[in-house]
Write a protein that binds this ligand. Structure first.
Ligand code: HAH
Length: 331
């Protein structure tokens, strides 16, 4: 009976808050699941640069405010996402009025204004922020990702971003957030970045591990090894965007309209083991957020393969708990 389903966040109360990424729409369409199972929310897109400040003269906070209000009205934590990123940032930010590139000083001013506007607006509402997303190179041998931020400002854009956020709200916990965080080469770069920032006394308070994984990879042993290495830095860790795709990254099938039994079985086993690990790292993990609420609404439906459906979350298309859910709460 539906009434007997335990609450996910209550089951994890003594470990860490359990979050869900939401949209201004999903706080209505997925309201019941959110209120029952989640103690934290993250706006998927609504606080990104292109959402709140699409043109130089236009600010829009309608959607981001509605999410912050929802968190407050229901006693949920709010994770701010995301202040500085190479994606979903409008072109105008990097240009002058005549279309020529912005100068270092102009871009720093714009970055500062953006960070101050958001962090001040949600001060006392967002307890933490993903200050910087995906700033190290993903493939290849570069250390830092070659973005407009890096190109125009130089590598100190990173410490400036954290400093501006800290100035705007000294109580907010500031995170560096990234994906492919388990892969050894990427891990080295993330650890190097965080270590360098701390050596300079930059206000960084945690590492966000996105956790966009699949039933095939990374392995539990690899995740364990990565958590151990990140934990050794002595900063809190959060799993910020967890989902477990039923496909391998390179699987190009778009014809599957329902997951196979085998996929759901492997996913349940993976979710069980992943949460078992998270519980073991309870001293260092201060939050686990899923990147969505139920399978009917997930960014994975189009990523990395356009038109491919996926079933990466704990609740199904009809908002019913999946086997994966029961394996996570029964321990
Ligand atoms: C995440 N990136 C972003 O942090 C989040 O803001 C977005 O909504 C979805 C996923 C993951 C990612 C990507 O954007 C591009 C390539 C690989 C991974």
């Amino acid at each position: 009976m539906a009434g007997e389903v335990v609450s996910l966040c209550k089951a994890y109360e003594r470990f860490f808050p359990i979050g869900s990424a939401v949209s201004a729409r999903s706080i209505r369409t997925h309201r019941d699941l959110l209120l029952k199972h989640f103690s934290s929310i993250t706006p998927s897109n609504e606080m990104k640069f292109s959402s709140v400040h699409p043109t130089e003269s236009a600010f829009q906070f309608l959607f981001s405010d509605s999410i912050a209000d929802f968190a407050q009205a229901n006693g949920m934590l709010l994770r701010g996402h995301v202040l500085v990123w190479h994606q979903q940032t409008p072109q105008w930010v990097f240009e002058q009025a005549d279309g020529s590139p912005a100068s270092r000083d102009l871009l720093l001013d714009r970055m500062r204004e953006h960070i101050h506007t958001l962090v001040s607006r949600y001060r006392g509402k967002a307890y933490c922020w993903d200050v910087l997303n995906e700033a190290v190179d993903d493939k290849g041998t570069d250390y830092l990702r070659r973005t407009k931020w890096l190109e125009i400002i130089g590598p100190d854009y990173i410490e400036k971003a954290f400093q501006y956020a800290h100035d705007a709200d000294p109580d907010a916990l500031l995170f560096y957030n990234d994906y492919n965080e388990v892969a050894p080469e990427k891990r080295k770069k993330i650890i190097r970045l965080v270590t360098e920032l701390r050596a300079k006394d930059v206000p960084i308070h945690g590492i966000g591990l996105q956790g966009h994984w699949s039933i095939h990879s990374p392995s539990i042993d690899a995740i364990d090894e990565a958590l151990e290495e990140y934990a050794s830095l002595g900063l809190p860790l959060q799993i910020t965007e967890l989902d477990i795709s039923v496909f391998s990254f390179a699987d190009l099938r778009t014809d599957l309209m329902a997951p196979t039994d085998e996929m759901m079985k492997l996913q349940a086993e993976k979710y069980e083991k992943v949460f078992e690990l998270f519980r073991r790292y309870r001293d260092v993990i201060t939050g686990v957020t899923l990147w969505g609420t139920a399978d009917d609404h997930s960014w994975r439906h189009n990523f990395p393969v356009r038109g491919r459906r996926d079933w990466p979350l704990l609740f199904d298309f009809d908002h019913q708990p999946k086997e994966s859910f029961f394996r996570v709460v029964n321990f």
